[in-house]
Design a protein around this ligand. Structure first.
Ligand code: SF4
Length: 214
């Protein structure tokens, strides 16, 4: 059922010309993961060069690094996650998608989330965070990552956690206790414990986050 609904959305997406990115894309990058088993939707920023060429999200260098982090956390990319981006077509030179492009593509994103109906959402990087949890300019992903956030998508409430984007982790190799890589490993461990373990913990918004570090 989910697969059939998603195929309808995919076919509309693949012929979409609602924003300027349609002119420069090689492929629409719709999703990756198993809709039947995925409990969590992971939302990134936009397809990069390798994603544009293959039509699959998170397969370039950043995607390979994300795979390592997921594997170390015991999260299965194939079974636990449904991976998408805020826009389905690659912005030229990997620039950040514009507000207009994100708005034009939002209907596909909303439909995918609604169909998957995930237990939680991972907002991977600042662009995804801002799209679903608007904040003032001073509030960065460094301040919000690792916390359970309440977000609303098309009238439905979800728990969400922001994590650093793997392309940011590619630029910072530090493994110090407060480094982005260490914090990301902790965030993924919390997500695993909360929603992907046999003994899921109950998320209490008022309780101190067990891995709150920043
Ligand atoms: S980015 Fe989204 S809205 Fe823009 S052309 Fe691609 S599918 Fe359509």
């Amino acid at each position: 059922m989910k697969k059939n609904c998603l195929e309808i959305v995919r076919s509309k997406c693949e012929s979409c010309k609602a924003c300027a990115l349609a002119k420069t894309r090689t492929n629409v990058v719709f999703s990756d993961g198993n809709p039947s088993t995925a409990k969590i939707v992971l939302i990134g920023e936009a397809p990069g060069e390798t994603e544009d060429l293959t039509g699959v999200p998170f397969v370039g260098r950043a995607g390979q690094l994300l795979n390592e982090f997921l594997e170390n956390a015991g999260i299965s990319r194939e079974d636990d996650l449904y991976m998408i981006n805020t826009v389905k077509c690659r912005p030229p030179e990997n620039r950040v998608p514009t507000d207009e492009e994100k708005a034009a593509c939002r209907k596909f994103l909303n439909a995918q989330i609604d169909i998957i109906n995930p237990k939680a959402i991972i907002l991977c990087g600042a662009t995804a965070l801002k799209e679903f949890y608007p904040t003032d300019k001073k509030t960065t992903i460094s301040k919000l990552r690792g916390q359970w956030l309440d977000i609303n998508v098309d009238g439905k409430d979800y728990k969400a956690m922001a994590i650093f984007h793997p392309s940011y982790l590619l630029r910072d190799h530090s493994l110090k206790e407060t480094s982005p890589r260490t914090l990301t490993a902790r965030d993924l461990a919390e997500i695993k414990a909360a929603y992907l373990s046999d003994n899921e913990i109950v998320i209490d918004q008022n309780a101190e986050n067990i891995f709150a570090c920043v």
